[in-house]
Design a protein around this ligand. Structure first.
Ligand SMILES: [Zn+2]
Length: 351
């Protein structure tokens, strides 16, 4: 079943998405790229007011609408202030450990379109100079950005065009290995967006019609909590495609499609989960049912936003999430195969 999908396309799209900066709140450029990718496949994408994308694919029947969402926004940061030393104090966007971005190369995106490079460091960055460098707590006030420019004052930095409120993106460090592993920042949730584009490529190439109207929703602002708080009103059920959590007592690996039964926002829809599980079994897909202890999804945002839907959450296993993440092409293909089965087999029976 997994052979039906175009792996080359999937990986090309994934890489292109991963290397395009899109911290939450700064997604307009990547959304234009996605709009072009979608139109190359013969579909069109419309924007909601806050910049999410909606792609409608007609189904064999039009009396039911299934939504599939993935978020393209990622972790990042913003310039909070410019220090008198010529370094940048930043405020985080999204939830991550400061230790996971220490040493990372980054880009400051000024409002007039300049890109200025830098490195994220603790304020005591050298063991040869600071006695407590090793023990310094890695928290927001103890971290700063060293710009790769000859600056030594606040004025020097301002003269570069950098100002409070400029977005900061982290280098993704994307590596696609021959054995199928993919390591990169931001696999959460660009792997999910690539899977949805892979699904569109498959629908376009094969001419297969989903059983019901399909609305693919590309959300922005998920990492800060309200991504899919609004979705088109005709969507009756929503599957969020987002990273599968791994570790501790969870059973998912990077090779599997993870079906989330419950996360911090509570249990997902009983009937949809049962339907997804039986489709995974019938199609011999490698899958795991897991409870994610600290997690919320676009389905959680949609339900909190008052949407009248049922929801589920699936996705490829991603190790070390919100850090230096890793997944595997098999996890992506298992997710894609499960979605393709779901859209051809209609809504679950409600008893
Ligand atoms: Zn995510």
């Amino acid at each position: 079943m997994k052979d039906a999908f175009n792996q080359t396309y999937l990986l090309q799209v994934l890489e292109e998405l991963l290397i395009t900066p899109s911290p939450s709140g700064y997604c307009h450029q990547i959304m234009e790229k996605i709009k072009k990718m979608v139109s190359h496949l013969g579909y069109s994408m419309e924007y909601t007011q806050k910049g999410c994308g909606v792609i409608t694919i007609p189904g064999a029947k039009s009396d039911y609408t299934l939504g599939l969402s993935a978020h393209v926004d990622t972790l990042g940061a913003m310039v909070r202030s410019i220090k008198s030393s010529g370094t940048i104090r930043f405020t985080p966007i999204g939830g991550y450990m400061m230790s996971s971005i220490e040493g990372e190369y980054c880009t400051i995106h000024t409002r007039n379109g300049k890109k200025i490079l830098g490195t994220i460091l603790p304020i005591q960055p050298s063991v040869h100079v600071y006695a407590d460098a090793k023990n310094l707590e890695r928290n927001e006030s103890n971290m700063e950005i060293r710009l790769d420019e000859a600056v030594s004052s606040k004025e020097d930095v301002e003269n570069l065009g950098i100002a409070v409120g400029d977005f900061i993106s982290f280098d993704s460090r994307t590596v696609l290995l021959n054995n199928g592993f993919i390591k990169s920042r931001h696999l959460d949730d660009k792997a999910g967006v690539a899977i949805l584009l892979g699904l569109l490529e498959w629908l376009h190439r094969t001419g297969i019609k989903p059983q019901y109207t399909l609305k693919v929703f590309i959300s922005v602002y998920e990492e800060i909590g309200h991504g899919a708080s609004y979705i088109p009103n005709d969507i009756q059920e929503l599957i969020a495609i987002d990273m599968g959590a791994m570790g501790d007592d969870l059973t998912c690996t990077e090779q599997d499609v993870s079906i989330c039964v419950k996360d911090s926002s509570g249990p997902y829809d009983y009937h949809m989960i049962s339907h997804l599980q039986s489709l995974a079994k019938e199609n011999n897909l490698s899958y795991a049912l897991d409870v994610y202890p600290y997690y919320g999804s676009d389905v959680s945002a949609a339900l909190r936003g008052g949407q009248n839907i049922r929801g589920a959450l699936i996705g490829p296993g991603v190790h070390a999430s919100h850090g230096i993440e890793r997944t595997h092409i098999n996890g992506m293909l298992n997710t894609l195969a499960l979605l393709s089965a779901y859209i051809q087999n209609g809504a679950p029976t409600i008893v």
